[in-house]
Design a protein around this ligand. Structure first.
Ligand SMILES: NC(=O)C1=CN([C@@H]2O[C@H](COP(=O)(O)OP(=O)(O)OC[C@H]3O[C@@H](n4cnc5c(N)ncnc54)[C@H](O)[C@@H]3O)[C@@H](O)[C@H]2O)C=CC1
Ligand SMILES: CC(=O)C(=O)O
Ligand SMILES: [Mg+2]
Length: 360
């Protein structure tokens, strides 16, 4: 198969769809790999690293899309990329369709095969291609939240860990999935007071078993959320309904219950966000303020730490990329139910249940 790796062009997105190690494996399996010039630079991989393992470097994004049967990338295509995608071309990437009607419509019109990393699902319900980026974003949410709690950027002026003789900051985490647990781990490590809420008792039991005793678990409900937001300094949104829109757990009126300078980090922004006041931001301009509450809603958080994220992503995507290249997408999906769950739009038809009728 002919596989193409374009350069990411979303704001401050420095990840790349594949490391040279991934290209090496594809070439060894007799596939042709085209890499757009400088695509890997932001992640520390140079054109010569790719050409040394057998890739051909192409000068423009148009060349890569025009010549490839399968495109392997990181982020959802943005508007300038829509016309580059061809009928029957396989596009393997994060799509997050539920948060974008224009993207959904454009991919239906393209008649391409859209395999979304974020809905590839193991039999136990876990999401193997979302997990490593949720690990990164969960950990980053505390790093970013701690920064925006500082007074010069309009936060409450609180050091999350406190100091001897002064109470630490309080972190509320919505969702005890991958993002939530990683966020809790980081916040607890800093010495913050941590509360984590979920509707899944199995997840709360897991948190209770693996995290320190000062991480408090709670059942998520409108009532419990309304109580907790009054006293917490940093609120992290990490809930997910697979492939669908995130539930709005914090409505606009609730911001009035928070203290001025509270910081909210909505990691779930890529599925529309779990705060009613969420709108996607970029690494260039990551925050905005509503009712004195600082909102951080960057939809590609791992893009800011590409050295870590590109490696973590290729670690999990490569076996699927090889399977698709070796067998073709239809056979690969027939043989592998986990991969088949990634099919969201195929040749103009929506094939993922949560997406059906979502924009009608
Ligand atoms: N902004 C960014 O750069 C990134 C965003 N994400 C996003 O973060 C979100 C979370 O991802 P994961 O942690 O991997 O998902 P996950 O599936 O591991 O965890 C989600 C958790 O939310 C819980 N949940 C669902 N409804 C709830 C409710 N009403 N109240 C409380 N909890 C509820 C579920 O029970 C589950 O435990 C996803 O939307 C994902 O796409 C992931 C990586 C990067
Ligand atoms: C999961 C996702 O949206 C990201 O890593 O950017
Ligand atoms: Mg207020």
């Amino acid at each position: 198969m002919i596989v193409g790796i374009p350069k990411e062009i979303k704001n401050n997105e420095s990840r790349v769809g594949m490391t040279p190690a991934g290209v090496f494996a594809l070439v060894k399996n007799n596939h042709t790999v085209y890499v757009q010039s400088t695509a890997g630079e932001g992640s520390g991989f140079f054109d010569k690293d790719y050409s040394e393992v057998g890739a051909t470097i192409l000068p423009t994004i148009e060349d890569v899309y025009a010549k490839s049967e399968m495109i392997v990338k990181v982020k959802e295509p943005i508007a300038v990329e829509y016309p580059l995608i061809k009928e029957n071309q396989i596009v393997f990437t994060y799509f997050h369709f539920a948060s974008s009607e224009p993207l959904t419509k454009a991919m239906i019109e393209s008649k391409s095969i859209c395999l979304a990393y974020e809905t590839v699902e193991d039999n136990d319900g876990t999401l193997p291609l979302l997990t490593p980026m949720s690990e990164v974003a969960g950990r980053m949410s505390i790093q970013q939240g701690a920064k925006y709690l500082e007074k010069p950027v309009k936060g409450r002026g609180i050091l999350l860990g406190g100091v001897p003789g002064v109470t630490p900051g309080k972190v509320l985490i919505l969702g005890a999935g991958v993002v939530g647990v990683q966020a809790a781990k980081m916040a607890a490590g800093l010495g913050a007071h941590v509360t984590i809420l979920d509707i899944n008792m199995k997840r709360l039991r897991y948190v209770n078993d693996v995290l320190p005793n000062h991480v408090i678990t709670g059942f998520s409900s409108e009532y419990s959320i309304r109580q907790h937001i009054k006293t917490h300094d940093l609120i992290v949104g990490g809930v997910l309904v697979k492939g669908g829109k995130a539930p709005k757990l914090i409505t606009k009126d609730m911001l009035k219950e928070m203290r001025p300078g509270t910081v909210v980090v909505d990691v779930a922004v890529d599925q529309g966000g779990c705060f009613e006041t969420t709108k996607a931001t970029t690494h260039e301009d990551p925050t905005y303020i509503i009712d004195d509450v600082v909102h951080y809603c960057v939809a590609n958080m791992p893009g800011a730490v590409p050295y870590t994220s590109t490696m973590a992503l290729t670690n999990v995507t490569l076996s699927y990329i090889l399977k698709i290249a070796n067998l073709g997408w239809e056979q690969a999906c027939k043989k592998d139910e986990t991969l088949a769950k990634g099919l969201n739009i195929v040749k103009g038809e929506i094939t993922y249940k949560e997406l059906e009728g979502i924009f009608d």
